[in-house]
Design a protein around this ligand. Structure first.
Ligand code: KIV
Length: 310
C-alpha cells in the first residue's frame, strides 16, 4: 500500500461540471448539429481520466487492449473477464464521456442468448453505457437494443476477422464491396445501432455511408468525412513500439517522456541522489532528543562517510 495520494475512490460527481454527460442519443444530436465527435480508447483509470478530462466525447474500452496493454499478437485471445476488469477501471475514471465496451471475440459469436448474457455483464458489472460488436450482425443488434443495451456497430476492417481477411487489410476497395458495406451499415442502423465505427475503408465509401445514415459514423482509417474520429490511445501518444499505420497521427511522445523519466530515476537511485532529506520522513524533534531514538537515526549519509573512512 503506497502513501501516494489517490482519488480513485472519489464519488461519481461531475468533474467537467460545465459539460453535459454524453449519452448515445446525444451523439445522434451531435451529428444533426454537424458537431464532430471525438473518441479515443482507454483501458485504465489514469488514461481514462486524462481522456475524459480533456473533453473527449466517447471512451472505448477497446479489445485492442489485448495488443497494446497485454502484448498479444492480435485481439482474439482477450476474454470477457479481462475486458470487464479494464472496463471497470475506466468506468471509475469517466464522468462525462460515453463509456463503450468492446465485446471480445467469442463472446457474441454463438447464440443470441449467450451474447445477450455477456453484453449484460458489461452494463451490470462494469457500468458500460453501450457495447460495440464487429460485423453486420443485424439480428444480434436488434436483440441487444430490445434488451435496452445501446450498441455501436463496427464495419470494414474488423480486427476480430483477421484470419478470414488474411491480415489487417483495407476493406471495401471495389464498387461492389463499397455498396455491400453501405447496405450492412444501413441494416445495422435500422436494427437500432446508435453509431457505427468504420475502420480501414476508402474515404469515398465512408463519406457515402455517412451521408446515407441518420446515426453517426466514427472513422478510424476511414478519412475525414465521418461524423467523428477514433484512435487507439497508445497510437496517439507513441506507446506501441511499432511504426504507425498511415491513418495514425502522433500527438505526443509518451515513449520518450517515460523512458527519460525512468532512466533519470535509475541514475539518481544508483548515485544515491534520490530520495533527498526533504523527501524523507523524520522523527519529531522530541523523539530525536531521546538518546535511544537518536542512536537509531544517525544521519545515513554521515554513517556512510564513517564506513568509508573506517
Ligand atoms: O479495439 C479498438 O481499439 C477498436 C478501435 C480501433 C475502434 O475497436
Amino acid at each position: 500500500m503506497s502513501l501516494t495520494g489517490s482519488s480513485a475512490a472519489a464519488p461519481l460527481e461531475p468533474r467537467n461540471g460545465f459539460l453535459p454527460k454524453v449519452t448515445m442519443p446525444a451523439l445522434g444530436e451531435m451529428k444533426r448539429q454537424g458537431k464532430s465527435i471525438s473518441a479515443l480508447t482507454a483501458y485504465d483509470y489514469a488514461t481514462a481520466r486524462l481522456v475524459d478530462e480533456a473533453g473527449i466525447d466517447l471512451v472505448l474500452v477497446g479489445d485492442s487492449l489485448a495488443m497494446v496493454v497485454l502484448g498479444h499478437e492480435n485481439t482474439l485471445s482477450v476474454t470477457v473477464d479481462e475486458m470487464l476488469h479494464h472496463a471497470r477501471a475506466v468506468r471509475r475514471a469517466v464522468r462525462r464521456a460515453l463509456v463503450v465496451a468492446d465485446m471480445p471475440f467469442g463472446s457474441y459469436h454463438g447464440s443470441i442468448g449467450e451474447a445477450l448474457a455477456n453484453a449484460i455483464r458489461f452494463i451490470k458489472e462494469a457500468g458500460a453505457e453501450a457495447v460495440k460488436i464487429e460485423g453486420p450482425r443485424v439480428e444480434l443488434v436488434r436483440a441487444l437494443v430490445e434488451a435496452e443495451i445501446p450498441v455501436v456497430g463496427h464495419l470494414g476492417l474488423t480486427p476480430q476477422s483477421v484470419h478470414r481477411m488474411g491480415g489487417y487489410r483495407v476493406q471495401a476497395r471495389t464498387a461492389d464491396a463499397a455498396m455491400q458495406l453501405q447496405a450492412d451499415a444501413v441494416a445495422l442502423a435500422s436494427a437500432g445501432a446508435g453509431a457505427i465505427v468504420l475502420e480501414g475503408v476508402p474515404r469515398e465509401a465512408a463519406a457515402a455511408i455517412t451521408a446515407a445514415l441518420s446515426i453517426p459514423t466514427i472513422g478510424i482509417g476511414a478519412g475525414p468525412d465521418c461524423d467523428g474520429q477514433i484512435l487507439v490511445f497508445h497510437d496517439l501518444v507513441n506507446l506501441t513500439f511499432a511504426p504507425p499505420a498511415r491513418f495514425v497521427r502522433r500527438y505526443g511522445d509518451a515513449s520518450a517522456l517515460f523512458r527519460s523519466a525512468v532512466e533519470h530515476y535509475r541514475e539518481d537511485v544508483e548515485r544515491r541522489a534520490f530520495p533527498s532529506d526533504a523527501e524523507s520522513y523524520h522523527l519529531p524533534e522530541s523523539a530525536r532528543r531521546n538518546p535511544q531514538a537518536g542512536k537509531n537515526h544517525e544521519d545515513p549519509r554521515a554513517a556512510q562517510e564513517k564506513m568509508k573512512r573506517a
